[in-house]
Design a protein around this ligand. Structure first.
Ligand code: PEP
Length: 259
């Protein structure tokens, strides 16, 4: 839509160790090559656990795979006494181009606030990583019909103090919490409503031109059987895929949603 290249990103979460990661990435690449997938037409990213990144990078570099690499989280800080945390600088050095920020599992399990999410977006941008900023409402909020206000507030907080030039390169994923890992996918109308509202928010905060450049993804129980109808909506520029990204044949079929 409007010149934005679709992005299909696979969030492996805490699945597949570094040995299994190389098998999955090779199978994914073979399947896409077999189907003559054009990466300039639809970008494909794999987002494995931190401990897999070096192995996957070696494979991508060594075999010249066209897959993009991302990480699932980063520290808001660049270095220092933050035991267990990972700097964006390290991720950039390992060939990551994307980093997920503010996934609902981080917000709930690790109590990440909007302020922490904002600091992480800034940390990613300092190291020329493209944040995949996640927003999404819990079921109670959806039942009240307050989903748009909820995600607009999350986006507005996450963008605090960020320059227009950086926002234009951003990826924002709408991931309703009730649809993540539940098999209950949002309707194409739900996805379009959310992505359009988020795009309008960027237009209000920055400009229409900036808003037209931001890619908005839908995430939540995306599969090969439902991806095409969601991707057909004008403000949906891609998908963030959890469970279905662990199976290379199924993930390749999602990446081939146009076929
Ligand atoms: C996710 O966690 O980013 C996600 C979309 O998960 P699933 O596809 O498994 O619902």
């Amino acid at each position: 839509p409007a010149g934005r290249i679709p992005l299909i990103a696979g969030n492996w979460k805490m699945n597949l160790d570094h040995q299994r990661a190389t098998v999955v990435v090779q199978k994914l690449d073979w399947t896409l090559k077999d189907k003559r997938h054009d990466h300039a037409e639809t970008e494909v990213a794999v987002i494995p656990p931190f401990t897999d990144i070096r192995s996957v990078q070696t494979l991508i570099d060594g075999d010249r795979l066209k897959l993009q690499l991302g990480a699932q989280d980063l520290s808001p800080y660049d270095s220092g006494a933050y035991t267990g945390d990972i700097s964006g600088e390290f991720l950039a050095k390992l060939g990551c181009s994307y980093v997920i920020v503010g996934h609902s599992e981080r917000r709930t399990i690790h109590q990440e606030t909007d302020e922490i999410v904002n600091a992480k977006v800034k940390a990613a941008l300092r190291h020329e990583l493209t944040p995949i900023l996640c927003v999404g409402e819990p079921l109670e909020v959806r039942k009240e019909g307050a989903q748009v206000a909820h995600i607009v507030a999350q986006l507005t907080a996450a963008l605090d103090g960020i320059a227009a030039a950086d926002v234009a390169s951003l990826v924002v994923a709408y991931e309703p919490i009730w649809a993540i890992g539940t098999g209950e996918v949002a309707t194409p109308d739900d996805a379009q409503e959310a992505c359009a509202a988020l795009r309008n928010t960027v237009a209000d905060l920055y400009s229409g031109d900036v808003a037209d450049q931001v890619r908005f993804l839908y995430g939540g129980s995306v599969k090969s059987g439902n991806v095409a109808s969601i991707m057909a909506r004008e403000d949906v520029d891609g998908a963030l895929v959890g469970g279905a990204s662990l199976d290379p044949a199924e993930f390749a079929a999602i990446c081939r949603f146009k076929a």
